[in-house]
Design a protein around this ligand. Structure first.
Ligand code: PLP
Length: 394
């Protein structure tokens, strides 16, 4: 059975060119880039080339990029650094819909004497900017707001939020893990101070990411050790993955507008097809500005997990929300924060597309979904219309 992959916000296929770029760094160019010999220096050059590629992708200077093990580490490094450089401040501002990489960290600090404000969102998942602005105080050490939500794709106005933070002298971090490669990001004249990215969300390898630290932003490393990354991130560089990330960023910027409009066309086709064929469905965040590749659809009166299992029987991969929270039976904190009732939140399925998806795959899912939902609703004690389902669904 062919795999139909609609779970690209969880992770993506490493592209062939990325794979080929990485391979020699395992067994040919395997030297340590910090070594003094020329074998190591050749590798160091390639690490710097990768840094140039990611810097060009973001419109920044190479000295503003530090490589990490991924989005989670970059998020942690940004927040921990901001707290460390301002030990007199004890307030963090974030949103109610962040990825666990930020949410869990902020909750950790809230147990250690920090006050954490989780700015609410409206029913479409959009940030409450008034609430946000009022929450910024002279005690705020850092703001961290995600650029794009991993479950709904809803975008936050991070540049506007960063300017508001700066008015109070507060550094601004954004988790752009889901935004990178899906919408253009140009940090050249951006007020954002720190940005996290992850390789495996944009057809690069897993276990690598970066943190952009804008020139002039005070930064303290979390892990201490060797002098790699100019003393800002200790540990021998993951050279194959860094080279892969550089290549992935370069590829992501090529024909981005064309790729975006194709992916958006496929996503819209999927969404419209499902909504037209299945009653009692809604798109979470569908009216907000959002990523072109993501749709979060709530199917009332069914459990998202059940839908995923039946889709899986057809080889279709989707997700019931964040990959990091699946497995728990808790409804998504993102959807709850949007005011989606708990039962409706339980019935959410996220489809996230990539440039590798094809129209036939979309049409296959549109064809299969009505039968899957009908089957589950028939079995569901929550479905209020009894045997009427068939006629309502027609
Ligand atoms: N931030 C967001 C918004 C994400 O979606 C993810 C991964 O799902 C992460 C951070 C974590 O990234 P990584 O898997 O590279 O640690």
């Amino acid at each position: 059975m062919e795999t139909i992959y609609f779970d690209n916000n969880a992770t993506t296929q490493v592209s062939q060119e990325v794979l080929e770029a990485m391979l020699p760094f395992h067994n040919v160019l395997y030297g340590n880039p910090s070594s003094i010999h020329s074998f190591g220096s050749r590798v160091a050059e390639k690490v710097e080339e990768a840094r140039e590629r990611v810097a060009a992708f973001l419109g920044v200077s190479t000295r503003e990029i530090l490589f990490s093990s991924g989005g989670t580490e970059s998020d942690n490094a940004a927040i921990r650094s901001a707290l460390e450089v301002s030990p007199e401040k004890h307030h963090i501002v974030t949103s109610a819909v962040e990825h666990p990489a930020i949410r869990s960290l902020c909750r950790y600090f809230s147990k250690r004497g920090y006050r954490v404000t989780e700015v609410p969102v409206n029913g479409e998942g959009e940030l409450d900017l008034d609430y946000y602005e009022k929450s910024l105080t002279s005690d705020t050490a850092v703001v961290s707001l995600m650029w794009a939500n991993n479950e709904t794709g809803v975008l936050f106005p991070v540049e506007k939020a960063a300017l508001l933070a700066h008015e109070k002298g507060i550094p601004f971090h954004t988790d752009a893990v889901q935004a990178a490669g899906k919408i253009p990001i140009d940090l050249k004249n951006s007020p954002v101070d720190m940005v996290s990215l992850s390789g495996h969300k944009l057809h690069g390898p897993k276990g690598v990411g970066l943190l952009y630290v804008r020139k002039g932003t005070r930064f303290k490393p979390t892990a201490l050790g060797g002098h790699q990354e100019r003393g800002r991130r200790a540990g021998t560089e993951n050279t194959p993955a860094i080279v892969g990330l550089g290549k992935a960023c370069e590829l992501a910027s090529q024909e981005m507008d064309k790729k975006i409009s194709r992916i958006k066309h496929l996503r819209d086709r999927l969404e419209k097809g499902i909504l037209a064929k299945v009653p009692n469905t809604r798109v979470n965040g569908g009216k907000a500005p959002r990523l072109p590749n993501t749709t979060s659809i709530s199917f009332e009166y069914v459990e998202g997990e059940g839908i995923l299992l039946l889709l899986d029987e057809f080889g279709v991969c989707a997700s019931s929300g964040s990959a990091c929270t699946s497995g728990s039976l808790e409804p998504s904190h993102v959807l709850l924060a949007m005011g989606v009732p708990a039962e409706t939140a339980q019935g959410a399925v996220r489809f996230s597309l990539s440039a590798y998806n094809r129209e036939e795959e979309i049409d296959f899912v549109i064809e299969k979904i009505p039968g899957i939902i009908q089957k589950l609703r028939h079995m569901s004690p929550l479905w209020p219309y009894g045997g009427q389902y068939a006629s309502r669904a027609a």
